[in-house]
Design a protein around this ligand. Structure first.
Ligand SMILES: Nc1ncnc2c1ncn2[C@@H]1O[C@H](COP(=O)(O)OP(=O)(O)O)[C@@H](O)[C@H]1O
Ligand SMILES: [Mg+2]
Length: 253
C-alpha cells in the first residue's frame, strides 16, 4: 500500500495546506505564473479571492479542486473532514493517481461555475440531484429542502433555459451543496447577474454554507458584492516583467 496519509494532528483541522505551489500557463508567447508561497485554509473558513480578470483566480481554484495540476510544488495537503487523515495530494499528483483525485473531488468538494454549468436537458431537480446520483447517495428530501431555502422550489420540474440567470445560479449553488460536501469552491458565481441580485445570491450561499459548517473558497472580481459577508480575503499582488512577456501573481494566506 502506498502511504499517502499523514498522521493525525491534534490542532484544528487544516483543510488545505499549500507551500511553494506554482502553476505556469503560456499562450502566444506570454507566460503567466501563479505562485503560492504559503496557504492554509481551516475547516469552516470562508475565503474570498478578489481580483481583476486574468489575475489567476480560476487557476488557483482549479488546483484546489484538483482539476489542474501544479507545475512545481513543495507541499499540497488536503484534509476534508476532521476525522480523516490529511491526504498528501502532491504525492497523488506525482503518481498520476487522477482517479483517486477525481473521487476525492466528487465526494468532498462542490463546485459552482461562473455560468452555472447546468445540463440543459435535465430538469432543475435532476441537475441538483446529479452530484448525489454520482455518489450513489439515497434519494431523500435534500434537494427539495435546498430548493426551498434557495427560493427555487417552484422551478424544480422545469428546464434551466426557462429560468432567469440569477435563478440558474441558485440552482448551480444547490447542485454544489446537494451531496453535502465539506468544501465548496465558487468561481465568480454571481458575475453574470446584476449587482443587487449578486449580493442577495451570495449572502444566501454563504448563509447555507455557514449553517452546514462548509469551508468556502469564492473568487470574485467585485469586492463590493461580498464585503458585508465578512469573508477572509486572500492577499495577492500581480507584477509584470518590463518586456510585458511575463506576469506573476503571488497569493498568500
Ligand atoms: N488554458 C489556458 N492556457 C493558457 N493560458 C491560460 C489558460 N487559462 C488562463 N490562462 C492565462 O492565465 C492567466 C490567469 O487566468 P485565470 O486564472 O483564468 O484568471 P482569472 O480567473 O482571475 O480571470 C491569464 O493570463 C490567462 O490568460
Ligand atoms: Mg476566472
Amino acid at each position: 500500500m502506498e502511504n499517502v496519509f499523514q498522521s493525525r494532528s491534534k490542532a484544528k483541522a487544516t483543510v488545505y495546506h499549500l507551500r511553494d505551489v506554482i502553476r505556469d500557463r503560456a499562450s502566444e508567447g506570454v507566460t503567466f505564473r501563479l505562485r503560492v508561497p504559503s496557504l492554509q485554509i481551516s475547516q469552516g473558513e470562508k475565503i474570498a479571492l478578489i481580483g481583476e480578470s486574468g489575475c489567476g483566480k480560476s487557476t488557483l481554484l482549479d488546483m484546489l479542486a484538483f482539476i489542474s495540476q501544479p507545475t512545481e510544488l513543495a507541499a499540497f495537503r488536503f484534509r476534508p473532514e476532521l476525522e480523516d487523515d490529511a491526504v498528501d495530494v502532491a504525492k497523488l499528483w506525482k503518481r498520476k493517481r487522477m482517479n483517486l483525485l477525481g473521487d476525492m473531488r466528487k465526494r468532498h468538494i462542490g463546485y459552482v461555475m461562473q455560468t452555472g454549468g447546468l445540463l440543459p436537458y435535465l430538469t432543475v431537480r435532476e441537475n441538483m440531484a446529479l452530484s448525489r446520483v454520482v455518489l450513489g447517495l439515497p434519494r431523500d428530501e435534500t434537494v427539495e429542502s435546498l430548493a426551498r431555502e434557495l427560493g427555487i422550489a417552484r422551478h424544480l420540474d422545469k428546464l434551466p433555459e426557462t429560468l432567469s440567470v440569477g435563478e440558474r445560479q441558485r440552482v448551480a449553488i444547490g447542485r454544489a451543496l446537494s451531496h453535502e460536501p465539506s468544501i465548496v469552491i465558487a468561481d465568480e458565481p454571481t458575475a453574470s447577474v446584476d449587482p443587487f441580485a449578486a449580493e442577495k445570491i451570495m449572502s444566501l450561499f454563504i448563509g447555507l454554507a455557514e449553517e452546514r459548517n462548509i469551508t468556502v473558497v469564492v473568487a470574485s472580481h467585485a469586492w463590493r458584492h461580498i464585503k458585508r459577508l465578512e469573508l477572509r480575503r486572500l492577499a495577492h499582488h500581480t507584477h509584470r516583467s518590463k518586456d510585458g512577456r511575463t506576469t506573476e501573481t503571488v497569493v498568500n494566506g
